[in-house]
Ligand binder design. Structure first.
Ligand code: SAM
Length: 205
């Protein structure tokens, strides 16, 4: 999929919603992703607030909830959010580049497989918003190499330099990476059967 406007993405994901989970690796992919996030996130205490930006159907957040996080999903597609709400997740329709939440509201902010859809300008705004809603001593976890994972095309860049440089400018320090394999319809790099994805963590002092 190319980098279209938010309206075009909304229309695309509204139409995809009912088949999204199963066609993108199903429960196994969601669990592998959540486990990779959990390797990077500090352990959840009671009421640790997590925001899943572009969280889609909530398949990843539902698993984060099993580990004690109070996960909230924000996504631009109401069709995807119907499924997140059916999982019992607080879910809000909103734009990743202008999040409908106050500053410093969440101890964990995740953004998985959004940035490759955005223009450089929108990606920069989305990264700024991660930093804005992240609480002191909070952790942000972002997917950064969808292009490499799929052996992919120029249109699947994840704006990795934008993520690293802008979060550093906001005072966040790099805090490790986690990799995981998951089934995907988009193919795999290096002759793999399944792509190997990578998440990067950043911590606010
Ligand atoms: C590839 S899906 C990933 C969904 C989820 N993170 C997952 O891994 O299952 C991309 C998601 O980004 C959402 N999205 C696209 N552009 C957005 C924007 N500007 N603001 C908020 N959500 C957006 C889509 O509606 C879709 O749910």
């Amino acid at each position: 999929m190319d980098r279209r406007s938010r309206a075009a993405h909304t229309q695309y994901y509204d139409a995809e919603a009912s088949r999204y989970d199963e066609s993108r690796g199903g429960a196994d992919r969601a669990r592998a992703t959540a486990e990779a996030i959990l390797r990077l996130a500090p352990p959840a205490g009671t009421d640790t607030l997590h925001l899943d930006v572009a969280g889609g159907t909530g398949s990843i957040s539902a698993i984060m909830g099993e580990s004690g996080f109070r996960s909230h999903v924000v996504d631009g597609s109401t069709g995807m959010l119907v499924l997140a709400r059916a999982r019992g997740l607080p879910s809000v329709c909103g734009d990743a580049t202008a999040l409908p939440f106050p500053d410093a509201a969440f101890e964990l902010v995740t953004e998985v497989w959004l940035l490759h859809l955005l223009t450089s300008t929108a990606a920069a705004a989305a990264v700024d918003e991660i930093a804005r809603v992240l609480a002191p001593e909070g952790t942000a976890v972002v997917s950064v190499d969808k292009q490499v994972s799929h052996g992919g095309s120029v249109l699947e860049q994840d704006h990795q330099p934008v993520v690293t440089e802008r979060l550093a400018r906001h005072g966040l320090a790099t805090a490790g990476t986690a990799t995981f394999e998951a089934r995907s319809p988009w193919g795999a790099a290096d002759g793999r059967v399944q792509p190997m994805f990578r998440l990067a963590a950043f911590r606010r002092p």
